[in-house]
Design a protein around this ligand. Structure first.
Ligand code: UDP
Ligand code: MG
Length: 219
């Protein structure tokens, strides 16, 4: 069976990692594929690294990368992509907002020949109005300036074929905005719609200033 890598950036997510691992291993076992889960500790100040070590001790398919400081979500993702060994790589958040059962549909599309499988989240009723509106406006501006079509609700929850991962890792780009690069890179792609869950524990690491910085980096 092909090896599937899951790449999970984690910044102060000590409470979510064990439940995430539990759900992921259940889904992957039902799919009967070989897998690894690479958790990138992005300079956490809580027990995230210890949690990764404990999970690795119990199951060597869990692997950890520890960044020297907090580099931010996008760079944590890149570090994970650069170290993933799978034929397909799935990036997903640590807080369980990206439901592991969606992996089943991502792999289905990959097996049908798609090299990129995006996800689009249906706006969760608990998503703040501010987040909904700012994200719509941003994607409109971004698409019209760059010519790269992105739609609101596209998250960093997606499957990338090995070939695409090798391309992305080769970019060595500053001001990283992966969702734009992935869309720009070409290849055959498709979309899977999912309903995002509530964050399992802790709170969001993206406040308004960080969202604006992220948007600016993208543009
Ligand atoms: N994250 C990270 N580094 C950061 C900020 C966030 O690795 O500096 C991770 C975080 O732990 C989570 C994912 O990126 O797994 C998305 O962050 P978050 O859930 O806070 O964003 P939101 O879902 O609220 O947009
Ligand atoms: Mg989240």
């Amino acid at each position: 069976a092909p090896l599937i890598s899951l790449v999970v950036p984690a910044y102060c997510e000590e409470e979510s990692l064990a439940p995430l691992y539990g759900e992921v291993s259940q889904v992957m076992t039902s799919l009967e594929v070989a897998w690894e889960m690479i958790v990138i500790d992005d300079g956490s100040t809580d027990g995230t690294w210890q949690q990764i070590r404990d999970l690795h001790q119990a199951d060597q398919r869990v692997k950890g990368l520890r960044l020297s400081r907090n580099f931010g979500h996008q760079y944590a993702l890149l570090a994970g992509l650069a170290n993933a060994t799978g034929r397909a790589v799935i990036t997903m958040d640590a807080d369980l907002q990206h439901p592991p059962e969606v992996i089943v549909r991502l792999l289905e599309q990959w097996r049908e020949g798609r090299q990129i499988v995006h996800t689009v989240r249906t706006d969760h009723r608990n998503l703040s109005i501010l987040k909904k509106i700012t994200s719509r406006i941003f994607y409109k501006i971004f698409s019209s300036l760059s010519g790269v079509k992105l739609s609101a609700g596209m998250a960093d929850f997606r499957l990338l074929d090995r070939q695409v991962v090798d391309d992305l890792v080769g970019f060595r780009e500053g001001g990283l905005f992966l969702r734009g690069l992935v869309q720009w890179a070409g290849y055959s792609s498709s979309k899977v719609v999912f309903e995002s869950r509530e964050r399992f524990a802790g709170k969001t690491k993206y406040n308004l200033t960080q969202m604006l910085k992220f948007a600016w980096a993208g543009i």
